[in-house]
Every structure is written in structure tokens, then in C-alpha cells.
Design a protein around this ligand. Structure first.
Ligand code: C5P
Length: 266
């Protein structure tokens, strides 16, 4: 039995460069893994079984864990079966990459159980077929991602930093946020030179107006940086402050993490 941690990610910056003929958006984004984890337990078995502690999460082929298993099987070709149990902690519809991380962790775990038939590059390619954010998790946790997110340039880890993750009860679907994006106004609103920015923020705020108020309240509380994670609705906050009490908002302290090249995240 393998027990693996599946980390969340934040985007320290996220620049949208334009819309592509295939409907995706070309982007450039600095991704960082943080110490907020789901847990995956995987073991070889006589049949396939997937369970999850969250009753609201589908456990059918729409779950990225099941998709990852199917993709692995397509490439590996030999017969094997696994039991997988997923304990969710990372909120969904948050922009924290929980589903993508679960898929990457599943590929890593199955590969370990089968004595590593696939290279990291193989798994990164499989990951790109599952979702744009999946390949990133095969870096060591700090990378600039381009294309639709699947082209990963690992960079040196950042100084370990503490970060607050602030998640309102409202969620947002990634495709809806991309649909609401106004590319023309993005071009006019060139970023103000800040190290941290997210071009998806305005579109998310249009869809969920309370996010704007939450961001203002967090800045008011003294954080130096308050930025939406991916397509939202979670924010990450940097600086010496504590989030104020907000109704229907969960606040969790985490820190930047990186993995050793030979090991998964710990
Ligand atoms: O790749 P993934 O399945 O995670 O993407 C989910 C959706 O997010 C896509 O179907 C697309 O609508 C949007 N998206 C996008 N541009 C990206 C990544 C995602 O438009 N670079």
C-alpha cells in the first residue's frame, strides 16, 4: 500500500496572452505547490476500486483519478488492477488544482507500484492529455507554465513562505471564467508592474461579485498581496496579517513546498 500526498497549487502570476484556435487560452504562469494536501492510498489488487471520503465528488470516469488510471493503462498495455482511496481536503472549484494534482499523484503512485515502467516525461505527456494543469505537478513544485499550461519550465524553488488560503463557500467553474474573460480590456489594462497578478481575476469577480469585497477586506486586514488562485474562488494572501472573520469563508494557513526529484511531495 502506498500513501501519497497530493498538494494544491497557487499561481504567483498568471498572464493570458490570447485565445487559440482550439478554444484554449495561451498563458504564462508561475505555479507553486503549497502544503495543503489531499491523500491518496493506492495498492495493487485483483480488481479496480475507487473510493473517496467526499460523497459529493463523482467516482466515475469523470473523476481525474479514474482518467489517470485509464491513460496509464493505455500506455502500459500490461494487465494490472488497483484499489485507490482519495481523502479530500483541497476545496473544489477553488483554482487550487486539486483534481489535476490527484491525477498526477495517481500516475506517480501506479508507476511506483509497477516498479517505474514510465519516465517522468512519459507521465507528464499523459498528464497533458488529462488536463492543462496536470504536467506541472511533475516539476519539483515551482515552474513557469506556458502553452495552455502543459509546457513546464521548472525553476529554482522560492524561499519558503507562509501563505493564507482563503476560500469562500461559492465556487467557480474554470471554463465559465475563461468564457467571461474580456481579452480586449486585458490588453488595455497592462499589469501595473506588480510581481503578483492574475488576468482571470476580473472575469471571476464579474461572475461572483462578493469576491471583490473579500479581496478588499483581506487587503484592509494588512496583507501585502491578495490574489485569486487560478480561476478561483480561493485567494492566497502573503504578508504579516491574519484574515478577518468573514461569513461563509474558510481560512487555512499553509506554506510553499517543493519535492525532492526522486520523491513525491511530503
Ligand atoms: O485543460 P482543462 O481541462 O483543465 O481545462 C478546462 C477548461 O478551462 C477548458 O475546457 C477551457 O475552457 C479552459 N481553459 C482555457 N485555457 C487554458 C486552460 C483551460 O481556456 N489554458
Amino acid at each position: 500500500m502506498l500513501t501519497l500526498l497530493s498538494p494544491a497549487k497557487i499561481n504567483l502570476f498568471l498572464k493570458i496572452l490570447g485565445k487559440r484556435p482550439d478554444g484554449y487560452h495561451e498563458l504564462e504562469s508561475l505555479f507553486q505547490t503549497i502544503s495543503m494536501f489531499d491523500t491518496l492510498r493506492i495498492r495493487l489488487a485483483d480488481n479496480d476500486r475507487f473510493t473517496c471520503n467526499d460523497p459529493y465528488l463523482p467516482t466515475d470516469s469523470t473523476n481525474l483519478v479514474i482518467l489517470a488510471l485509464a491513460k496509464f493503462r493505455q500506455l502500459y498495455k500490461k494487465n494490472f488492477h488497483v484499489h485507490i482511496h482519495l481523502e479530500k481536503t483541497i476545496p473544489t472549484q477553488a483554482g487550487l488544482g486539486g483534481g489535476s494534482s490527484n491525477a498526477a499523484t495517481t500516475l506517480w503512485g501506479i508507476n511506483q507500484l509497477l516498479d517505474c515502467p514510465l519516465t517522468v516525461e512519459h507521465m507528464q505527456d499523459l498528464g497533458a492529455e488529462i488536463g492543462s494543469d496536470v504536467p506541472f505537478f511533475f516539476s519539483c513544485g515551482t515552474a513557469i507554465c506556458r502553452g495552455r499550461g502543459e509546457i513546464v519550465e521548472p525553476i529554482a524553488p522560492h524561499e519558503p513562505q507562509e501563505v493564507w488560503i482563503v476560500k469562500p463557500i461559492e465556487g467557480l467553474s474554470t471554463p465559465l471564467v475563461y468564457q467571461a474573460l474580456k481579452l480586449e480590456s486585458l490588453k488595455k489594462m497592462a499589469n501595473d508592474g506588480s510581481e503578483y497578478y492574475n488576468d482571470l481575476e476580473e472575469a471571476a469577480f464579474e461572475l461572483q461579485p462578493r469576491l471583490r469585497t473579500i479581496k478588499q477586506d483581506l487587503i484592509q486586514a494588512g496583507f501585502s498581496t491578495v490574489l485569486l488562485c487560478g480561476s478561483g474562488t480561493a485567494f492566497f494572501c502573503l504578508g504579516e496579517a491574519t484574515p478577518p472573520e468573514m461569513i461563509g469563508v474558510a481560512c487555512t494557513k499553509a506554506k510553499f513546498i517543493n519535492r525532492h526529484p526522486k520523491r513525491w511531495y511530503q
